[in-house]
Design a protein around this ligand. Structure first.
Ligand SMILES: [Zn+2]
Length: 143
């Protein structure tokens, strides 16, 4: 079976992980960060583009900004969902204030907005804050 392409969310390196290693906490070959740790990573525009285009593991992006109250309220729920979805999807956050190109490039009109990428394509998009159970259900239905 072909190895799975997984972008390291810490250093941006594209890793190729053999299928049988996916369940044994694979690490980035460059920086050693865990690739499927179930923790929410804050990523920049370059890493977002790379992971959304290449990764074989679904990527769920929370577009947010520090000034957005609902975004801050949703953060712990998003983290909970990331733990629950560990191994099935990776949940990341993109700060649209720090990385305005990301919001523009993906045509984000309001925040929070979540977008689910799989197989190099955007599969679904959802606006508004949600509790963790709803996030998990939405992700499972989307990818
Ligand atoms: Zn790395």
């Amino acid at each position: 079976m072909a190895p799975k392409k997984i972008t390291c969310l810490e250093c941006g390196q594209l890793n190729r992980v053999p299928e049988e290693k996916l369940s044994s906490a694979p690490k980035c070959g460059t920086c050693g960060a865990r690739l499927l740790g179930g923790k929410v990573a804050e990523i920049d525009f370059a890493t977002l583009q790379k992971a959304a285009r290449n990764d074989d593991v679904p990527l769920v992006v929370d577009f947010w900004a520090p000034w957005c109250g609902p975004c801050r309220m949703m953060a712990p729920e998003f983290s909970k969902a990331a733990t629950e979805l560990a191994g099935q999807a990776r949940l990341v956050k993109v700060n649209t204030e720090a990385h305005p190109k990301a919001g523009a490039s993906y045509n984000i009109r309001g925040i929070p907005t979540m977008a689910a990428f799989s197989g190099g394509r955007e599969k679904a998009r959802q606006s508004g804050a949600m509790p963790s159970a709803s996030i998990v259900n939405w992700v499972k239905g989307a990818v």
